[in-house]
Design a protein around this ligand. Structure first.
Ligand SMILES: [Zn+2]
Length: 491
């Protein structure tokens, strides 16, 4: 038995001004064949799991390139085509193979390509022919297009958000692939289009119970090989954006279709109830000031660089300044130019500085202040679980009784250590304002007296009913109230 594996992935927020090229992939993960590290990066788990199973089962694994760029805006056309063709050439050289097992994200958009994964999978299919197994692991924040469904035998998506299960789902993917090639199962993929778009954290109800039940169904019914919810990705303006349910059965397409439909209509009936309640910037600061004990953490949930934004919104900072609140620390605001100016001025300097809100509309206004440069750090890092996350050259500035960390590598606020490395003790602060949707919670909850989720400005297109989509269909909820009466079903 011979399998080919590779990974090509990023998440494209088509509204983000941060366009990316090959350097962005090389900065995050670029591993030529055989050079992938022992631990996977989100979408490259099929490579590392494949290595282990190849040893255990004694099959031959031919590795192609595995690459991943942190979420951002549009991919440069030459970059996408270059990485795609590199992997396709490796696949041609690997033939004949029994199966192709890929790590994709599913929400890439490149200049000239609304559906890069559909393009990539179609070319993979053309190379291997109709009889060779082609499958992929997906991030649920993806677009499930007709083209992809036509080209691949089956998909398995992460079930958890935050994505704690990407290795477990890669194991599921490989298990079904091996069972298929060895003739034990015939995977059939059935899909239901929920005709909606929403955000589905699995750390809270109602999605927690929904995911638990999907896993119970998988283990209880031998006909079901895998169930996935494609959450969809509302920041990707592509024609087939939206939520879908995938049922992979052992040759039972009709049964799979009924299961996918039942689960999908259940999600539809729960629309609008999945997200944590959010306050606007005024309400968030009001609520924080009611709490006597610090620090209160306000999460600027939609200006999260992990969702592809710049992370330079000043909407909450402007609110805090307007109210004259002191004892607040902001970590971080992305502004490489301002960091460069602070670096030139040096620690201890007092300078006039304009910073923040330069990337896009809906992020507030640049702030002008006479600031003291308190601390400067090259290649700053914060802790993130067992590892470290870089946030680049950084400057800690102080003015009006407020501390702000400016950074030059976009990063979400994973851990309070980001304040400590910049010389700010987070514990005695009255207010900590951070940029993260969900990942901050486990570390910041250990020091926070209270956590407030805040929707400030529109750095991210978080209200699909109002987002000025140019390509996404407008016949899904919440753009229309009763989308299942509409007639443009595409999947
Ligand atoms: Zn995701």
């Amino acid at each position: 038995m011979r399998f080919f594996t590779a990974a090509l992935a990023t998440e494209t927020n088509t509204f983000s001004p941060i366009c990316i090229d090959r350097r962005a992939f090389e900065a995050s993960l670029y591993a030529p064949p055989g050079k992938h590290p022992a631990t996977p990066t989100l979408c490259s788990a099929p490579v590392t799991v494949g290595r282990r199973l190849a040893r255990e089962h004694g099959f031959e694994l031919i590795e192609g390139t595995a690459t991943w760029a942190d979420p951002a805006g549009l991919i440069n056309r030459e970059t996408y085509e270059g990485l795609r063709d590199e992997i396709l050439d490796q696949l041609r050289a690997a033939l004949p193979v029994d199966g192709v097992v890929l790590g994709l994200h599913g929400a890439m958009v490149a200049d000239g390509y609304d559906d890069p994964e559909g393009d990539f999978l179609t070319r993979v299919r053309e190379i291997v022919g109709p009889d060779v197994l082609v499958c992929a692991e997906l991030d649920p924040h993806s677009h499930l297009t007709r083209k992809r469904l036509d080209a691949a035998d089956f998909f398995v998506a992460f079930k958890e958000f935050p994505h704690t299960d990407f290795v477990d789902r890669a194991i599921d993917l490989w298990q079904i692939a091996l069972d298929t090639v060895e003739g034990r199962v015939v995977p059939r993929m059935s899909v239901f289009d929920c005709r909606m778009i929403d955000v589905f954290p699995t750390s809270r109800e109602p999605m927690r119970s929904f995911v638990d039940r999907m896993m119970d169904m998988e283990s209880a019914d031998p006909d079901i090989l895998s169930l996935s919810v494609i959450h969809g990705f509302m920041a990707g303006d592509v024609p087939e954006m939206g939520t879908r349910v995938i049922a992979v059965t052992n040759g039972k397409a009709e049964k799979g279709a009924a299961i996918a439909r039942d689960l999908g209509m259940e999600l539809f009936s729960l629309r609008g109830t999945f997200m944590m309640p959010q306050l606007n910037e005024r309400e968030a600061v009001d609520e924080a000031l009611k709490t006597a004990e610090g620090p209160v953490v306000i999460a600027d949930v939609w200006d999260n660089p992990g969702g592809g934004t710049a992370g330079d919104s000043t909407v909450l900072l402007e609110e805090v300044l307007a109210r004259g609140v002191t004892g607040a620390a902001f970590g971080t605001i992305w502004d490489p130019i301002a960091v460069q100016i602070c670096m030139a001025a040096g620690e201890g300097a007092e300078i006039p500085l304009r910073f923040g809100a330069k990337s896009a509309p809906g992020t507030g206004n640049p702030v002008d202040a006479r600031v003291t440069v308190v601390k400067l750090l090259r290649n700053a890092e914060m802790r993130f679980g067992e590892s470290y996350a870089p946030f680049g050259d950084a400057a800690h500035i102080r003015f009006a009784g407020i501390d702000v960390i400016l950074n030059s590598t976009r990063a979400q606020s994973f851990d309070p250590s980001l304040f400590e490395v910049m010389g700010i003790d987070p514990r005695p602060q009255r207010l900590l304002v951070i940029k993260s949707t969900n990942h901050f919670h486990s570390s910041f909850s250990k020091i926070a007296s209270k956590i407030i989720y805040c929707a400030a400005g529109t750095p991210y297109p978080n209200n699909p009913a109002k987002t000025p989509y140019r390509k996404a269909r407008r016949t899904i909820w919440p753009m229309v109230e009763n989308p299942h009466a509409e007639k443009d079903v595409v999947a």
